[in-house]
Design a protein around this ligand. Structure first.
Ligand code: SF4
Ligand code: SF4
Length: 390
């Protein structure tokens, strides 16, 4: 794709990156076939290619209309288009740049609304108070301590997960302890920066990210084998830290190290001997979060771990499509979000499962608010105590 981005933009790191991404797009439109919003509306401007043109136009200093901002807002950042694109267009990075560029053009009421949602979700005392009423699960099994330590890992506990579904990290720690892995936990209030980053509050996000990089790289230096994430939405953000710094930035090398040490719990467990686990579960439907299959480029990874311990999950139609959760998307775009949830739950329920499992707290909360079928993190199926292993 040809571009005519003015010098004052193209000479910035973001402008340079956006230009390179735009030039890699051959506007073939293959990506539209897997775009959830295009499937719903049938409108080219609601497709990846349409949004790429809108971002190009903004970068070329053309006027940005309120409807252009709306089409960018309606993008789920699910990155299904990246999985389909034959030219390797890094759409996720481009849409973040595009959104930051159009942010100042929003009406005041939108800016205020977005800032208040950000504040609420990232202020532990506010969020934890509401979480008391919407809490999803509690810890129901005793804690196991690692006896033979084969490795030491850092577990990203997440900022909302410990309040909403503490059992996920609890079971993860028990599974790792059973495998002889010692777990260090991050502080529960530590945010990976995803929320601020995707809501165009880049300066705040960058501060959080730098704080995390400083703390975590020190732990890596003292022997931590991997940084483990049980929420694929946080995992993809941390894996993307390395794309946020220029090569000459003092944080670049440390960001690369943190990103490369980060693993989803499924990636980590897939490399381990899991024969010690003795699992009982059947009739399970699995929802693959976009942040795991498209963002982290790990399609089928959780299913492989489950198969390794003897759990077969039901195959579902359109498993590549987003459930509509997408971070704060369900708050800002409730109509599309609910439509996508309805579609997803229809496919997940088709085989009358006993349980639906997924790999991200956002998807888990969103799906469970639309069904009576229990929804869990897949790692909870590995609950040592419930499976009578010990
Ligand atoms: S993003 Fe990829 S699939 Fe979509 S139009 Fe561009 S080159 Fe084609
Ligand atoms: S990220 Fe998802 S919603 Fe956005 S353009 Fe790509 S496929 Fe469509």
């Amino acid at each position: 794709m040809q571009t005519k981005i003015p010098e004052q933009i193209i000479n910035t790191p973001q402008g340079k990156k956006a230009d390179a991404i735009l030039r890699s797009c051959v506007h073939c439109g293959f990506c539209s076939a897997t775009c959830p919003t295009y499937q719903i509306s049938g409108n080219e401007l609601d497709s990846p290619r349409g949004r790429i043109y809108l971002i190009k136009s903004a970068l070329e200093n053309n006027e940005v209309s309120q409807s252009s901002i709306q089409y960018l807002d309606q993008c789920l950042t699910c990155r299904a288009c990246e999985s389909t694109c034959p030219s390797g267009v890094e759409y996720g990075q481009l849409v973040d740049i595009g959104r930051e560029l159009v942010e100042p053009k929003r009406p005041l009421w939108q800016k205020a609304y977005r800032a208040s949602v950000r504040l609420f979700l990232t202020t532990p005392i506010l969020f934890n108070t509401i979480a008391l009423f919407i809490k999803h699960s509690s810890i129901s099994t005793p804690e196991i301590t690692a006896e033979i330590t084969t490795a030491q890992v850092l577990l990203l506990t997440g900022c909302v997960q410990p309040s909403l579904a503490p059992n996920i990290n609890h079971v993860t720690k028990n599974v790792l302890a059973t495998l002889g892995v010692e777990v260090i936990e991050t502080a529960q209030t530590e945010c990976c920066g995803a929320l601020e980053h995707h809501l165009s509050a880049q300066q705040k996000a960058l501060q959080q990210i730098k704080n995390n990089i400083d703390t975590w790289s020190e732990l890596i230096g003292s022997g931590v084998e991997a940084i483990i994430s049980t929420a694929s939405g946080c995992g993809v953000m941390v894996k993307d830290y390395k794309t946020l710094f220029e090569q000459n930035d003092p944080y670049y090398q440390k960001a690369v190290m943190v990103s490369e040490k980060t693993k989803d719990i499924a990636e980590y467990l897939l490399e381990k001997d899991l024969s010690v686990l003795n699992i009982k579960a059947n009739n399970i439907s699995y929802h693959a979060p976009c942040t795991l299959q498209h963002g982290q480029k790990l399609p089928g990874i959780a299913e492989k771990v489950l198969a390794k311990v003897g759990i077969h999950v039901n195959t579902i139609t359109d498993s590549h499509l987003c459930c509509g959760s997408a971070g704060s998307y369900s708050i800002f775009q409730p109509t599309i979000s609910k439509q996508l949830r309805k579609n997803k739950l229809q496919h997940l329920s088709a085989s009358n499962p006993d349980t639906i499992v997924t790999a991200n707290i956002g998807c888990l909360m969103h799906l469970s608010s639309g069904t009576d079928i229990p929804v869990k993190h897949w790692v909870e199926l590995l609950d040592i105590d419930k499976n009578s292993h010990l």
